[in-house]
Design a protein around this ligand. Sequence first.
Ligand SMILES: [Zn+2]
Length: 864
Amino acid sequence: MPYSHLDESNRHKSFQLPGSRPHYNPDRPGQVEHICLDLTLDIPNQSFAGSCTIQLNPVRSGIESLTLDAVNLNIQGVEIDGISHEFNYDGELLHIPVKLDVVAGKLLKVVINYGVDKPQRGLYFIQPDAHYPDKPTQVWTQGEDEDSRFWFPCFDYPGQLATSEIKVRVPEDFIAVSNGELVGTETVGTDKIYHWLQQEIHPTYLMTLAVGRFAEIADSWNGKPVTYYVEKGREEQAKLSMGKTPRMIEFFSEKFGYPYPFPKYAQVCVDDFIFGGMENTSTTLLTDRCLLDERASLDNFNTESLVAHELAHQWFGDLVVIKHWSHAWIKEGMASYCEVLWTEHEYDKDEAAYYLLGEAQSYLSEDSDRYRRPIVTNIYREAIELYDRHIYEKGACVYHMIRTELGDELFNRFVHTFVKDNAHKTVETIDLLRAIDKSTGRNLAFLFDQYVYRGGHPDFKVAYSWDGDSKLAKLTVTQTQAKEGLHTLTNDLFDLKIPIGFGYVKDGVVDVKVTKIRVYEKEQVLYFPLETKPDFISFDVGNNYLKTVTLEYPLPELKAQLKSDPDPISRIYATEAIAKKGNLEAVKALTECLKTEEFWAVRLEAAQQLATIKLDTAVTNLVAEIGDEDAFVRRAIVEELGKLKTPETYAAIKQLVAAGDESYYVEATACRALGGMTTASLKDKQEEVINLLTEVLNTRAGWNEVVRAGAIGGLSKMTDSPTALNTILEYVKPGVPQPLRLPSIRALGAISQGQSETNLTTIVEKLAELSRESFFLTQVSVVGALSQMATVKAIGVLQGLATQSPDGRVKRMADEGVQKVQQKIGSDVAVKQLREELEEVKKTNQELKSRLENLEAKSQPVTT
Ligand SMILES: [Zn+2]
């Protein structure tokens, strides 16, 4: 099919970029039973050497060759069963013609001696340098998805499960951590050999090694070691950030009906990590940026969620392994849903409901702004492209809908069955349906068809009115995502049984009468005969289905819902519908909610909605609540006030920036907001704001540079200020702490938008220079900046990254960045540019022709 920007409905961009194709696991010559790596690290020279031994059980007789994945390794020799073998190696695949008679079931021992010099992927050496003299010395690996082949030869796909063993020799002041249990250490001269053995089978992408001069903090669960490794001096932060791990192991062991399956659980916090976390079997690696200090722990729950997520993978991902990347949602969706389950267990149901709403909103924005795709697909360029909000956040929502359909008891039974039946095996999506059928008798294929195997979700519009004469509640439910004339149940309509609640409030007691209706048409008008008029209406009681919903109810019902609906998500939808009324009555209702609502999340949403009402009292009332006791609510209010840009809001935020806040994030948000306020009537405040933000940059270095990054964010909004631009340029220099440097690089995109042509050139040149740094996160920031620019100059740099970056994620973001820039500058400019380029080519062509003619003239044989 030809590549197209848009899918068949012409409303969503396509997930598939040019070069996408179907992917399958390869044929296998046999079952890998055991992998043993014996390596010696030469840390100063960023190299290592040793051997990889693979025990292979041939699946059929007469196999004549083996082909292994092995990228950029120096292969020194290959032996099979002790006999030296010739091999062909092209830098990507190691091809070994087998000289022996291969007999099915008779183990082959393949030994490959090899080394690697300055590996580009797979295994990473982190060291101090001239710009960062305090950077720790560490070695760590990252296998997922197909990078293990960069550090050892292997059959590198998740369908092959084997036991594994790593012997590694390091200088004796280093600690080496790997999968499974430590079976021994040995000191040899000034070196130490660590010997780790993983006796439970797992795929190559989960094999790991982490080496550093770590502090080791010992904890335990049920007699098994639970260990946190961090750089020395960060022990307190380790406990604050990971200390709940044993309780989480207890919780998930019970939730999955399967005790934690490995001999230990280690978490190693490493520097410059290229993911948030990676669930290597029994040894999770985490970015050291997740380590919290006291003040950050006030309103950062990301670390707790990250710890829960990676731990949940020990069951969903490591014990039960996906057979192919196209089914990665099975593990990523569940690990993300486990963040919700943990929130419910540790805090309460309301917190969990709001967490899930956040997951849904995250998916919804990808769906509307980036692309729509089925959760399961094997069509892509690189598997890493699949690791998006469809498999994480939408996947979590799908698990929640499975739970909703089954109820808690049967859901637990299904999960227990799935884990027990598939432990130490590989799975595909169909195995979930099989486990649901086996354990509960339910067939949820309809749900998977609608939410997993095809893209999208229902967008509901719900209108309500009451007919007092005939005592009928009239509900009109429209699926607005379905296009007129085109829709079918196999295309864009959804067919679900949605619970509708009629709420009655009497003497402070709330009673919700629930009835289920089947929603399956583009528009359905439903009449409910009721004895008395309900106080409020609740569509999708519990809000368990992944959807968007717009409520068109009369204001009194919405107000009653905001006050009395026991479901916080319904109250949140009510705030939105109330704000749409846009009148003084709406301001009053939302202000009251902001003052009296007990659940912070509803206050937060009420604040955001209040800010959308274009009335002065709305602004005044919002300013009055800037000191809300909850840091998340304060953050939201500050962000909204920043958009309103009146002398009143300016004064409030300026005061907050100057005085600071208990929360790093509130302070950062205030800095960001203030920078965005100096337009229109507040234009004259620009110098004052620049001075204030510069002061913040000079004095508020600290945890993960959250506050100073906020100041940079503020400056980046002053798009017509050369001073702001020059300040930001100071912070993209090497030597600036990474957590500040990376957002500064990204900020060049935002600030570019009103700059002069000369400054624009400076920015693009700076980004082009930075794009040559190989560090993944720098490249991501560069792409982030360029993608926000509205100049053709940005396109060339993006295209360079799209073709040259070794990272599939950067390639993809750069390709999407080109599309974004093109959209911004509009087709006119693009055509103009093409025309100019064509002229340029013509000119060059002409010059070349002339030169060629000259040369020909000169080379005429001279006749004498
Ligand atoms: Zn994950």
